[in-house]
Design a protein around this ligand. Structure first.
Ligand code: GLA
Length: 372
């Protein structure tokens, strides 16, 4: 029996920048998805999710179109198979597989990217495809675009496949250059889930992406064709030219341009374990996502407030938004006190959702586990 593990992620900073050719700084976390698989003699894939208690199947010889598959986990697996087959020109080996996950679904921790990464690594091994983790990330992204219909960027797949133990992953989504940034060993990563499932995330996500595209077009008219993405605009240019761009594209662009600058500053702050600067940057990121990008919600705002009240070094929403989780950095020695205070503060203000907290370690990218 083969076993593969793939982690979810939180993003320290760099939100909604990845589809604008920008910078991101995610951490792969110790909430993982595992797949146990047995190869078959034919091309059928029989899948069972023990988290959802659901079974699904499809044939690699004739992978159904996305619309002909039920929504849910099978789409991601079929999407990965489709992308791998298209890229390699080969037909993959059929499998019987059980999926099990500690990653909560819909909490903005990239359970879908983890699922894709797990199957990509599995087939890469099973069929000796010899693709590197970066290529697997690109193919997983294609699966997400075509089979899940979300026009997301590459952050989640990169985090799940390219991360290293104890490090955050600085990832340049234009060049795909990576840098592993060590995390201060006395800081803990806490995921604070609001309990509010992400609503509207998909349609609003694609709308935000289109609005960023509109901002690029307007800026191209003002500054020339070399503006290929919001990544190409400096904060100084933004101050001069954004007032000439129409709303809401103007505020969306202001968030993205400011956020890219914040990621670069955050790298330095993290290297020096500069708590004051980390706090300022995380809170500025959250405020910009709330006010300019408009992807936060009352529950996420209260959770950030709860985390700061409980003594976090810094906190902000993480992932696409509209519900889901916050990331908080917390002094390791203070974490028990932090958890108690943050939960109390949140529950007192948001009685209708069940918050959850996880203290996570930074783990390495998706890999095969020892044979079981
Ligand atoms: C989702 C997407 C990512 C990224 C974030 C926002 O998690 O899958 O590609 O765009 O939202 O930063």
């Amino acid at each position: 029996m083969l076993c593969v593990r793939a982690p979810g992620r939180v993003n320290l900073i760099g939100e909604h920048t990845d589809y604008n050719d920008g910078y991101v700084l995610p951490v792969a976390i110790s909430l993982e998805t595992r797949v146990y698989a047995r190869p078959r003699e034919d091309t059928r894939c029989i899948l069972y999710s023990d988290t959802l208690d659901e079974q699904a199947e499809f044939d690699l010889g004739a992978i159904p179109e996305p619309a002909d598959l039920p929504s849910g986990f099978v789409r991601y697996v079929a999407g990965v198979a489709w992308a791998l087959q298209r890229y390699t020109g080969r037909t993959l080996t059929g499998i019987e597989a059980t999926i099990t996950s500690r990653l909560p679904l819909g909490a903005g921790l990239s359970s879908s990217a983890a699922l894709e990464a797990a199957f990509a690594v599995l087939w890469n091994r099973l069929d000796d495809l010899e693709l590197n983790q970066g290529m697997l990330a690109i193919l997983c992204l294609e699966a997400e675009h075509v089979y899940a219909g979300v026009q997301c960027g590459l952050m989640d797949q990169a985090a799940s496949l390219l991360s290293e133990v104890g490090h955050a992953l600085f990832f340049d989504t234009r060049t795909m250059a990576t840098q592993r940034i060590p995390l201060p060993s006395d800081w803990a990563i806490v995921v604070a889930d609001t309990g509010k499932p992400r609503a509207l995330a998909e349609s609003e996500y694609n709308t935000r992406r289109a609005q960023c595209g509109a901002a690029v077009q307007a800026l191209q008219k003002l500054l020339g064709e070399e503006v290929r993405a919001l990544r190409d605009i400096s904060p100084e240019q933004a101050a001069l030219y954004l007032p000439l761009v129409e709303e809401p594209a103007r505020r969306r662009a202001r968030h993205v341009i400011g956020e890219n600058a914040r990621v670069l500053e955050f790298l330095n702050a993290l290297r020096h374990a500069d708590a004051a600067r980390v706090r300022r940057l995380m809170l500025a990121s959250h405020a910009s996502l709330r006010d300019d990008y408009e992807v936060s919600c009352a529950e996420l705002d209260v959770m950030v407030e709860a985390c700061m009240h409980a003594g976090a070094i810094g906190a902000r929403m993480t992932g696409a938004g509209f519900g889901g989780a916050c990331i908080a950095l917390v002094e390791r020695a203070q974490r028990e006190r932090f958890l108690t205070l943050a939960e109390q503060h949140y529950r007192a203000r948001v009685p209708h959702y069940e918050p959850r907290f996880w203290v996570c370690e930074a783990v390495g990218g998706a890999s095969m586990c020892p044979e079981v």
